[in-house]
Write a protein that binds this ligand. Sequence first.
Ligand SMILES: Nc1nc2c(ncn2[C@@H]2O[C@H](COP(=O)(O)OP(=O)(O)OP(=O)(O)O)[C@@H](O)[C@H]2O)c(=O)[nH]1
Ligand SMILES: [Mg+2]
Length: 419
Amino acid sequence: MTEKKKKQEYAVIVGVQRTNDTKAVEDEIEEMESLLKTLNIKTKYKFIQHHKRLSATYLLGRGKIEKISQLIQDECLTYLIIDHSLSPPQMRNLNKKTQCTVLDREGVILDIFANHAKTKEAKTQVEIAKLEYLLPRLAGAWTHFQRQTGGGVRARGMGEAQIEVDRRRARQRISRLKKQLEQIAKEKMTQRKSRRNEIKVSLVGYTNSGKTTLMKGLTRNNIEGKDELFATLDARVRSLDPSTRPKILLSDTVGFIRNLPHNLVESFRSTLEEVVSGDLLLHVVDVSHPNYDLQMEVTNKVLEEIGAKDVPMLLIFNKIDQVEEEFLPRILNKKYPNSITVSALNDEDTSKLRQHIFNYFEKSFEKAVVKIDVNDQTTLSFIHRHCIVLGSDYEEEGEVTIEVRAPNSLLEKIKRYCI
Ligand SMILES: Nc1nc2c(ncn2[C@@H]2O[C@H](COP(=O)(O)OP(=O)(O)OP(=O)(O)O)[C@@H](O)[C@H]2O)c(=O)[nH]1
Ligand SMILES: [Mg+2]
C-alpha cells in the first residue's frame, strides 16, 4: 500500500437497506468495513439508511445527514463512506455539508485497485477506470488526482473554473491509455499463442476466497495470499507442479465482489480474457464465510457478464479447516456432486486437487502409435514435451515406434506419423 505510514484515519459508513432483511445490510456494511481496512481506514460509526427514503440531494434523509455531519465535526472524522452509488451532485452536496472526504462504493473499490495494481497492464486498466469515474465528478478533482501518484479518487471539490479544461485532458488521457492497453493486449495474445500446446486452467472466485493460496499450493510457488480484499490484480500464470504432460498452466486473477463497478469490469476485460479462453475454471468458494452462497451467485453473475459461462467449471469449496460442522463437506458434495472440498493450506488436499485436475483432462486423452525417424529431434522432443509416452520401441533401423496418450488437439499435430 502506498499510504502505509499515514496516521490512522476514521470513517462513518452508511449502508442502504433494500429489503426488510436487516441482516443483509449489516453483512454489506461488514464487507465495506473489510474493504476500508484494506485502505487502512478504521470504521468508527455505522448507519443504515432505508432505500425508500433516499433523497436526491444527499441520498441520506435530513435527520441522518445532520446527525452524521455533527459527529464528523465533533470527532474530526476523515471519511464519509456511502455503500451505494452516489450521483455527482450528491457527492458534491455531501462533501460541502460534511467537509470531509466522501467516497461511494465504486470510489472505495477503485482506491483499493489503485493501491494494489503492480504491472503496467493493471495500472493502466485502473487509471482508465478511475478517469471514467472522475469525468462526471470533475470539480477540480483532476488536479488533486494528478498530484497523487497511483493514489485514490477522492473528489474534494476544488476550483470550478478549470473543469472544462480538466475534462478535455482526462478524455485525451483515457484515449491514450486505451491505445497502450491495446498494445499490451496484442503482446499478451502473442504470449497466449505460444502456449497453445498447453492446457489452461483459471482460478476464479470472490475476493479473499483463497485463489492465490491455492495457486501457491498447486504450483509450489512462492506467491503468498493475503488477508486483504483484492490482493491480486494481475493475472499470473504458473504450471502445475510436479509438472504434467502436456503442461497444465494455472492462472490466478482478480477476485470478484458484489456490485463490481462496471468501469472496472470493462477495463479489466483483457485480463479477464485469460479466464474466457481457458479450458477449465476452478471456482474457489470460501465456505467458511457466512454468505458463501451469495458470493457464489455473484461470481457466476460476473462470469456470465464476461462471457465465460460456457467454460467448464469445477467447484472448489475452500477453507474447510475453518468450518466447524463436520458434516458440511458431505452436504456440499451431495448438493454439488462434482464439487471438491479442500483447505488450500493443507498439502495433502492440494496434491489431491492437482491429481483431480489432471484426471479431468486425462480421461479425454486418446492413444496413438507413431513412427518417427530417430534423427527427427524436433518431433521427438515435441512428443516428449507434450504427450504421455506409454512405451517406445527401437527395433526398426533408423526409426522409433512410440505409443503415446495425449489430447486430440495435440495428436492432430503429429497425425502424419501415426501408424
Ligand atoms: N484457514 C484458511 N485460510 C485460508 C485458506 N485459503 C486461504 N486462506 C487465507 O485467506 C486469505 C485470502 O487468501 P488469498 O489466497 O489471498 O485469497 P484470494 O482469493 O487470492 O484474494 P484476492 O486476491 O483478494 O481476490 C489469506 O489470509 C489466506 O491465508 C484455507 O484453506 N484455510
Ligand atoms: Mg489473490
